[in-house]
Write a protein that binds this ligand. Sequence first.
Ligand SMILES: [Zn+2]
Length: 94
Amino acid sequence: MCRSGIDRAAGWALLYDFTMTVETIPNFTEPAAKLWKAIPADIKELLLANVWCGQCRDATIITNFTGVVRKGDLLLVGKCAQCHGDVARLIESN
Ligand SMILES: [Zn+2]
């Protein structure tokens, strides 16, 4: 179980780290990388920092994620920053 009072500062530092990592997009398929690059940086941060974790039963930060395209939408699959359980985030491309 995760406590509700998570360390936000540490969370944002972590987010900053992997946002930088994401610029190199090593784990994205080519079409996924194309969609990801089209998303403004501030929106990306919101998306990455607001992923539902079923184990924590709370919004969490997704880490160590990969990106693929499913039916035209971008699907990020990674780990919860708090419990390291599997989490996923679907980003509808419209
Ligand atoms: Zn979790």
